[in-house]
Write a protein that binds this ligand. Structure first.
Ligand code: UDP
Length: 336
């Protein structure tokens, strides 16, 4: 297979940095653009062409295409916090939809052949049935999901008109960290459950608030499909290989394990792995949270040369905790 040079946007961020490692491990050549609004330069391995800046900056993007002969893009850069998207919708349409438009336009003009896009289960809204199939209705209930769905649509329309193919991977709940400890979630203003619980486990927080205990679920707390970030990164590499091998065809698929866990089950795993229980404070529902989100993943398993390696909540939590301790050590070291 022709391993063309790949641009990873958001490659200094959480999922992007894991994808960079997975690409390098699989022998691809990579360049990164990241504005460092939510990422950090030191998780990008030496030897990777790194450009600090915004993907909407046309001149920068053209320069990177040119200097690296880019023929494929993994597009992670964007804003990802659901409650923030409700408060600042225009930021989300700008950073996610408009910036993607700029990137896709530049890519079309430069003859980029493959675009793999970070999409989300938030495109489905409150699903009518579980697990969620890719062709189920997509009625997002927040600007984050809407901004991502608009980009999917833009890619579908543009790929029909111009000579490139695209993949959109709809992530469920991504968590954990590189098992080798090379990268993880930095977390400026963390909001995600496992990250918050890991911060509480290492003493950065006093407690974890459980948002809602009266949902129509077995224990009353929300159910999610948690997927290890390194499995997700490997799925991206497999998806890129598929795009290279299937010109003219596109790929839209859920990325999850197809198994739901409640908030309390996740916190039980954190206590189990940590050895010391994390304080839980029962709280009211958080705005915009659907009770249950679980992926149907048969398309993923049937299409890609990919099998999960870390599909176990204890592994996910263990790697998240290990990374959180690394961050703590770095912060307390004289050079940290
Ligand atoms: N959650 C919680 N306490 C927290 C953070 C999250 O109870 O401090 C719950 C949240 O309400 C949801 C689930 O954990 O039911 C997963 O939330 P997260 O923010 O991790 O991901 P989301 O599903 O919103 O993308």
């Amino acid at each position: 297979m022709n391993k063309v040079p790949v641009l990873v946007t958001g490659g200094a961020g959480y999922i992007g940095s894991h994808a960079v490692l997975a690409l390098l491990d699989a022998g691809w050549v990579v360049a990164v653009i990241d504005d460092l609004s939510n990422g950090t330069r030191d998780v990008v391995p030496p030897g990777v062409g790194f450009y600090e800046g915004n993907i909407a900056a046309r001149a920068l993007v053209e320069r990177v295409f040119d200097e690296h002969g880019i023929r494929a893009i993994m597009h992670f850069a964007g804003s990802i916090v659901v409650p923030e998207s409700v408060e600042k919708p225009l930021k989300y349409y700008s950073n996610n939809t408009l910036a993607s438009h700029a990137l896709i336009s530049a890519a079309v003009d430069a003859g980029v052949k493959h675009i793999l896009f970070s999409s989300t289960a938030a495109t489905y809204g409150v699903p009518a049935r579980m697990p969620i199939e890719e062709d189920d209705p997509k009625v997002p209930i927040n600007p984050y999901g809407a901004s991502k769905l608009m980009t999917e649509r833009m890619l579908a329309d543009a790929s029909a008109a111009y000579p490139f193919n695209f993949g959109a991977l709809r992530y469920f709940n991504v968590a954990g960290a590189d098992p080798q400890g090379r990268t993880g979630q930095i977390g400026r203003g963390s909001t995600h459950l496992i990250k918050i619980a890991a911060e509480a486990a290492v003493g950065k927080r006093d407690h974890v608030a459980v948002f809602g205990t009266d949902y129509p679920t077995p224990d009353g707390t929300c159910v999610r499909d948690y997927v290890h970030v390194s499995d997700l990164a490997d799925a991206h590499v497999a998806a890129l290989e598929w795009l290279v091998e299937h010109p003219g065809e596109n790929l839209v698929m859920n990325c999850g394990y197809g198994q739901g866990l409640s908030v309390l089950e996740v916190l039980d795993a954190v206590d189990r792995i940590n050895g010391v229980p994390v304080r839980r404070v029962m709280a009211g529902r958080r705005a915009g949270d659907p009770p249950e989100l679980v992926a149907a993943n048969s398309r993923l398993l049937a299409t890609l040369d990919w099998r999960p390696k870390h599909a176990d909540i204890d592994r996910i939590v263990g790697d998240a905790l290990q990374w959180e301790r690394t961050l703590l050590d770095r912060a307390s070291s004289p050079t940290g």
